[in-house]
Ligand binder design. Sequence first.
Ligand code: NAD
Ligand code: IPM
Ligand code: MN
Length: 353
Amino acid sequence: MKTYRIAVIAGDGIGPEVVKEGMRVLKHAARQDGSFDFSFCEFPWGCDYYLKNGRMMPEDGMERLAGFDAILLGAVGDPRVPDHISLWDLLLKIRKGFDQYVNLRPVRLLKGAPCPLKGVEPGQIDMLFIRENSEGEYAGSGSWLFRDTPREVVLQNGVFSRHGCERIIRYAFETARERKQSLTSISKANALNYSMVFWDQIFGEVGREYPDVPTESLLVDAASMLMVKHPERFQVVVTSNLFGDILTDLGAAITGGMGIAAGANLNPERKYPSMFEPIHGSAPDIAGKGIANPLATAWTAGQMLSFLGYPQWEERIVNAIERVMEEGRVLTPDMGGRATTRQVGDALLACLA
Ligand code: NAD
Ligand code: IPM
Ligand code: MN
């Protein structure tokens, strides 16, 4: 039997609350399957750690994580610590340090999920967002000139390398080919006259290697409108780091909310561990109340199982999430219910059994 070693960083706010349920789902899948197991190693890193130690993780944090088969992360962010410090020293550090350049985010309307769009049925929204996760607007490159003077100028550079664009676009084409679906590239070359012109050019170049994959290229403003008005027209979607960040929150909003939106940060070459985290944040407004929706983290755990070689388990978890939502009796307040995180976790495990 294979035992996977999972590093768990519960993090801040609702992170620990939802991660607990994610771990239960993984353990439950292992027990039922019988062919694999998990051993968890929990790291108390995050903003509390920062307030005690002046850093988000120890100096050798990345080396300590490197040997694990995967990382499960809750959320990072606390009103007591500036976001650009907490996120850059933990979440973004791991994504970059482990070259997790693929951010895989399903935008799929499951059965029973509350959808704010009129007349849209499950099955009519089934997108897979592939967000570039290593560079672009998140390159961390910029400068602050003439600080605190009337001439103050701030630059934030978007970095788009041929290597970085080609590999994410190729990954997206491979995914679309495998799923026999179309691929939409979302960019903005009319205004971003360097980065997005380059992106579009590479999308065209790589696309010539995949004549069997139908493609479309959209401007990000039009794409956000179409995601709301005609979500059914999107299948596999590839886009830059910042556009992917924003559009997947929009995607979450049309498929049941932040409480159900899952995400995986993948290093497809498996040279480094991949990291699995729901796309929501630490939700300080509801943290500590025991009412965070654990379904996003459960689905994320499913994505981990899929990446480790058990895609059937992701499907089973998704089916169980659908049953919980269809029954509609045990849901957290964000989905209109009155249940606690733990009660939804219990209901989910019952449906998985
Ligand atoms: P957020 O996702 O934390 O919250 C947005 C809204 O969605 C809130 O009303 C919140 O209550 C709700 N929500 C989110 N997750 C939920 C869940 N599981 N169940 C029920 N409701 C849920 O976004 P924000 O408020 O913009 O950010 C809060 C902090 O989290 C900030 O510090 C931000 O930088 C950070 N953040 C971290 C991550 C991450 O670690 N991956 C992602 C996004 C934001
Ligand atoms: C996400 C988050 C992060 C991002 C933040 C917290 C840095 O919003 O995972 O979607 O922008 O990637
Ligand atoms: Mn985001």
